[in-house]
Design a protein around this ligand. Structure first.
Ligand code: ACO
Length: 441
């Protein structure tokens, strides 16, 4: 089917039917008025039942219009300190030519503030863009794999920063796909009627956990954040369909040793990490997973590649994006790219790219967008999103990060110096952990 894809409630979701049931014995007053014939739609809405006392009961079910989760606000918060390829080459055996040719990356950002601070600024900007008061938020979904703390959760930190006192607050961690899994979660809750207004955040603060001695990973990642506001709508907008998946048999190909409870009490200095990172295997799996998910989500809605107006993919490597887009039968000029300026910001890459696409006027009213992504796990997904009519903000927030007192290279060198002063690496503890999947075999 070409053109405007419909929303297939039966196939994709439990249809959000709000049933109003009225019970009455047979012979109760005709709801259409004395003498009026009950129209066919009334009969079709009736369920007949014999009650325990033998009386005939009529249950009248009313189906409200379908509820969608429209994206009505957007905002990003990028830390200002820029780490260039030349900066990395001051302490790693690498160079600009290798990094650009293998990844497409020229620079990335390093944050001088916490992830929750970035998320709060991005969420304030998204709320202003939607013209929504924080007091009217029902839900905050915080997508990330680099939380400031394990307990309490991070979404609660954003709730206090926004003064969103009526909102539930939850974290979602599926690594780089966390924003999109969070988008699915919040959209489904809006469609079910559980909430009406939500903010979904994709944020990552990877630099404190980075193994800055490993050129194979240190050049790839950066910090950043963006958020969107979702609101209940009767117009067919927001996520029309998604495909979520996980290649768990390959979960060992991307593991940050040193983050999490498995590493407690092993003489490991927090922040000292060792990355298991099989780049070529991840590359292959990423292309396969994102391509499969993209194909599935287009087929689900009967959409042809040429119906897609813009692709907003996860930005882990330019070559991965090129392979996925080629396999999907789409041209690169329909792809929003940020990888060259921000590197891989994990959960933040898709929302930041979406916000920048809006800022650059690349999202047209009614646009149909494809958002494929993958991350550690190895989770993967693709979302088909219909944009609404409005592509400009209703308002602007004056929320800002404090200025950074240090350059990105100074921040990174500060982390490296602290680790060196702590007496070097905790390799024995990092390597000796037996993981859940090994015990399950
Ligand atoms: N600078 C210079 N040389 C380097 C660097 C570097 N930064 N890193 C690795 N090399 C060297 C290697 O040591 C190797 O040298 P050798 O041939 O002497 O052994 C050589 O370059 C080639 O290394 P490969 O790993 O084969 O390089 P490849 O072309 O596969 O590119 C890369 C590596 C960029 C990591 C690629 O495999 C990739 O992007 N994989 C996907 C990774 C990814 O997307 N991760 C994110 C996962 S999910 C998430 O987003 C959290």
């Amino acid at each position: 089917m070409a053109g405007k894809p419909g929303y297939d409630g039966a196939q994709d979701w439990r249809a959000p039917v709000r049933a109003r049931e009225e019970e009455g014995a047979a012979g109760a007053a005709n709801p259409f008025g004395r003498g009026d014939p009950a129209p066919f739609f009334f009969l079709s809405a009736c369920r007949f039942q014999i009650g325990h006392n033998g009386a005939l009961k009529i249950r009248i079910t009313r189906q409200d219009p379908m509820t969608y989760a429209a994206i009505t606000g957007w905002g990003k918060c990028m830390p200002p300190s820029v780490l260039t390829n030349a900066d990395l080459a001051t302490f790693l055996d690498t160079d600009d030519e290798w990094i650009v040719s293998r990844t497409g990356m020229k620079e990335r950002r390093i944050s001088h503030v916490s992830a929750i601070e970035m998320a709060t600024v991005a969420a304030k900007r998204a709320l202003a863009c939607a013209g929504l008061d924080a007091a009217d938020l029902d839900l905050i979904v915080y997508g990330s794999c680099s939380n400031d703390e394990q307990v309490p959760n991070s979404a609660s930190g954003v709730q206090i920063g926004l003064a969103a006192h009526h909102a539930g607050a939850m974290d979602v961690n599926t690594a780089c796909t966390s924003f999109l899994y969070g988008l699915s979660t919040a959209s489904a809750m809006i469609r079910s009627g559980a909430v009406r207004n939500a903010v979904v955040i994709g944020v990552e603060l990877i630099s404190p956990y980075m193994d800055w001695s490993n050129r194979g990973v240190a050049v790839l990642f950066g910090d950043g954040c963006a958020a969107v506001v979702l609101q209940a709508s009767e117009r067919e907008e927001g996520v029309l369909a998604e495909k979520l998946g996980c290649i768990a048999e390959a979960r060992q190909t991307l593991r940050v040793r040193g983050m999490g409870c498995a590493y407690a009490n092993r003489n490991i200095t927090l922040g000292d990490t060792l990355w298991d990172f099989d780049g070529q295997e991840i590359f292959k799996r990423a292309v396969g997973g994102m391509s499969q998910a993209s194909e599935a989500v287009l087929a689900k809605r009967g959409v042809r590649p040429e119906d897609i107006d813009l692709v907003v993919p996860h930005q882990a490597n330019l070559r991965i994006i090129e392979s996925v887009v080629k396999r999907a039968g789409l041209p690169m000029d329909k792809v929003m790219l940020t990888v060259q300026r921000y590197g891989n910001m994990s959960a933040a890459t898709v929302p930041v790219a979406l916000v920048e696409a809006l800022e650059e006027g690349r999202v047209k009213p009614g646009a149909l967008m494809l958002m494929p992504a993958f991350g550690a796990g190895l989770t993967f997904c693709a979302h088909l999103v219909r944009w609404g009519e409005r592509v400009t903000p209703i308002g602007h927030s004056d929320a800002e990060l404090p200025p950074s007192p240090r350059s990105a290279l100074e921040i990174v060198n500060g982390v490296r110096a602290i680790r060196a002063a702590q007496g070097g690496r905790s390799d024995a503890g990092l390597i000796s952990v037996e993981y859940a999947e090994a015990r399950q075999r």
